[in-house]
Design a protein around this ligand. Sequence first.
Ligand code: NAD
Length: 341
Amino acid sequence: MFAQMKAAALSELHFCEHGDLHAVIAIHNTRLGPALGGCRILPYQSEAAAIADAIKLAKGMSYKAALAGVPQGGGKAVIMEPEGDYDRETLFREFGRFVNSLGGRYITAMDSGTEVEDMDAIRLTSPYVSSSSNIGDPSPSTAMGVALGISIAAQFQLHKSLDQLSVAIQGLGHVGMDLAKRLHLAGARLVVSDIDSDKTDFARQYFKACVVDVDDIFHADVDVLAPCGLGGVLNQHSIPRLQCAIVAGCANNQLMNEAAGDALADEGILYAPDYVINSGGLIYCSTRYHGGNQAQVDSNIQRLGQTLLHIFSEARQHKVASHRVANNLAERILYGEQPHA
Ligand code: NAD
């Protein structure tokens, strides 16, 4: 485990085992401020899988905060979902005590599997929580940033606007469904997949989306693939099947590894680095946690568009993959002499 921490340059790893709660909090880097990152609850296959997820996600949050210009470090929490029946409010209250024990070095928020109500339960035992009902769900802000990222990528790579675009969305959850709505309203043609047929039915009915099987989304003949489910979907199996010109979605850690980003670039596919275009939720949580309003959130999200354009331009000029340009930029802020905040 220490080798894993060292490899990710992770500063702290915390564990809690209490009643039904089996949780991990990973704090990556707090140079720019207290770590802020979502809490996932998933039926992890093993403790090792939960720990690896927390570490990888916490690192991504540091990079995300660095490029989003928010005064936060990177952290993430994962809860191993208990098997069978459990009292959800009790679980999240207990998780709140765990968050509280870190004295504010980690601020939690919603992520895959968690809802605003869970954040409200945490708030009963800890003040270090964003996206409780007094603040709200960050997902629409994430979707706003992703839609902006898609529009910038489409102009850059294809000289197309949203109304001329076809987009395949994998995963119609909190972010994916909101993204589908935004893109539909902007005139884009949609192809969608989800393991939940209620969600695909909704998108078909309200957004005129073409529904495909979960395995077929990767070779949909579209301009843009937007992975909005879980991570690791861009790998040696999926990349050779892609028909799109651009990959731009909200899922964290879409690239299975660095080589996957290089493989996309080799195929001539423009990749919008996930942590750059999905930072709208972090911007929302940080801005609202510090007392800012929605207008400030929206204007901070617009800045991610400038960062993305800079990354694309550098990647094209120096003939390197976009994820490497983004990582270098973030690392200069996290480890260089002049942090931005
Ligand atoms: P969510 O759990 O609400 O949605 C995920 C969706 O993906 C669900 O509808 C699920 O049924 C679907 N799905 C799962 N496996 C699938 C598969 N194999 N094929 C197709 N669909 C599948 O999660 P969310 O909050 O929308 O977040 C989605 C991703 O974006 C996650 O990786 C999350 O970490 C990341 N993210 C979310 C936010 C946010 O504000 N919620 C911010 C930044 C990043």
